[in-house]
Design a protein around this ligand. Structure first.
Ligand code: GDP
Ligand code: MG
Length: 441
């Protein structure tokens, strides 16, 4: 209804003051659920929420956002910060070849990533060499060779028929091969197990020791969820790593693993893999991941738009008028336009959690309705807009004709405007707007 819409405008007008503890607590509860649903590990959720609460308490309420939006904004900023702020670039050696070693559980996507990384580096002018150090599974070497061919990059592997080679040996020799054949980067694919096991860890640690990589990338499946913390800790302690790659982001995982791994190990997330094809690969973007984890991407968009559109001076002027009961149809129109600048009303409401299902109905009803309201107000003279009392029967007929609506609709608008003004005055009193009966400035 119209008054609902006014209420939401009013919430935006609420301005001034600080976030109350109740505002923060209520919103923090929602955020906590969102994080747990995104599979962020519980201890990480606890630490994170505590940090956010600390920052949110006593934070200024901006003119553009209501308290809940304000808290969501803070949460998002903290998430982006923890996930790494700006994207970190790959560390490469001053004297080639640079060594990049991949480590992670079996099936996490190491071999696929080796191909993606190789192809991506090729497009940047590098000449990578893939190195097959997964000699555990019968098919692993061949899998890397196939991936390498697709990426147009050669693969270094133990000679077939020589029995099972020693992965540490292969890794060491691959660096000589890279120097000889002038590859400036070596990408070492290693063996994984379904679960963390000591032998695998030792082997990976030995490869690391032997090749002194410039980067050891811990490859972790985003679908791993709650297990991310244990796995990351095991790899941190057993092998050590300098960066993280998150894979399988094309699945429906919300990506809580990103926050867990980042929180627990403090190592940056460098890349994101999102598909089986070589091109399904990108630098990691903390802001995108934050909104994915929060699952409130639409709310965040709304917040951004509200902040852009909301003109503080205009809001204060309107607030003052509301308080003294001087609000005119002109102000009303302005507020309506300000809200609509943010996009179709249906989109705005659709962005709010839970309102998604109503979107279709809203798309039909509300924008058309608002169009008509706008047309009616535009059909009035300035005098009529600033003092609706003068709108008598003949003026109503003229306005209706001019804006192509029924007289009934003009009556409706004027009556609702009076109601709304009365309601706003009452609310203004409660919220302590400047100029309001209670308090004021
Ligand atoms: P590894 O055991 O760590 O070497 O993992 P693989 O590279 O062999 O990948 C295991 C499976 O996951 C394969 O079927 C890959 O095609 C698939 N895979 C790897 N990365 C992704 C990804 O980003 N998205 C999807 N959907 N599948 C992936
Ligand atoms: Mg593999």
């Amino acid at each position: 209804t119209l008054s609902d819409r006014l209420t939401s405008v009013l919430q935006n007008l609420r301005g001034r003051g600080r976030l109350s503890e109740a505002d923060v607590d209520a919103t923090a509860r929602e955020i906590r659920i969102a994080l747990l649903e995104a599979d962020v590990a519980l201890p990480v959720v606890r630490t994170f929420i505590a940090a956010v609460k600390e920052r949110a308490k006593g934070a200024e309420v901006s003119g553009a956002l209501n308290p809940a939006q304000q808290v969501v904004k803070i949460v998002n900023e903290e998430l982006v910060k923890i996930l790494g702020g700006e994207t970190r670039r790959l560390n490469l050696a001053k004297n080639p070849p640079s060594v990049i070693m991949l480590a992670g559980l079996q099936g996490s996507g190491k071999t696929t990533l080796a191909g993606k990384l190789a192809r991506w580096l090729t497009t940047q002018g590098h000449t990578p060499l893939l190195v097959a150090c997964d000699l555990q599974r019968p098919n692993a070497v061949n899998q890397l060779q196939v991936v390498g061919e697709r990426a147009g990059v050669p693969t270094y592997a133990p000679e077939p028929g020589n029995g099972v080679g020693d992965p540490v040996d292969v890794a060491r020799r691959s660096i000589d091969e890279a120097k000889r054949a002038q590859h400036d980067i070596v990408i070492i694919d290693t063996a994984g197990r379904l679960g963390v096991d000591e032998e695998m860890m030792r082997q990976a640690a030995n490869i690391r020791e032997a090749t002194q990589p410039d980067e050891v990338l811990f490859v972790v499946d985003a679908m791993i969820g709650q297990d991310a913390v244990n796995t990351a800790e095991a790899f941190r302690d057993g092998v050590g790593f300098t960066g993280v790659v998150l894979t399988k982001l094309d699945g429906d995982a919300r990506g809580g693993a990103a926050l867990s791994v980042r929180e627990v190990t403090g190592q940056p997330i460098l890349f994101a893999s999102n598909g089986e094809k070589l091109e399904d690969f990108d630098a990691f973007h903390p802001d995108r991941m934050a909104s994915r984890i929060l699952g409130m991407g639409d709310v965040l968009t709304l917040i951004e738009q509200a902040e852009q559109v909301f003109d503080k001076d205009q809001a204060e002027a309107a607030a003052a008028k509301i308080g003294t009961g001087e609000l005119t149809l002109e102000d009303f129109l302005e507020q309506m336009l300000a809200v609509r600048k943010m996009g179709p009303i249906a989109n705005l409401l659709g962005m709010l959690p839970g309102a998604g299902q109503m979107k279709d109905q809203l798309a039909q009803v509300d924008d058309k309705h608002l169009d008509r309201l706008q047309a009616i107000i535009r059909g009035m003279t300035p005098a009529e807009r600033s003092d609706p009392k003068i709108i008598n029967a003949s003026r109503r007929a003229r306005i209706a004709r001019g804006s192509g609506v029924a007289i009934r609709e003009v009556n409706d608008l004027v009556n609702r405007f009076y109601e709304a003004r009365k309601m706003m005055q009452q609310m203004a009193g409660r919220f302590g707007f400047p100029g309001a009966a209670r308090g004021g400035s």
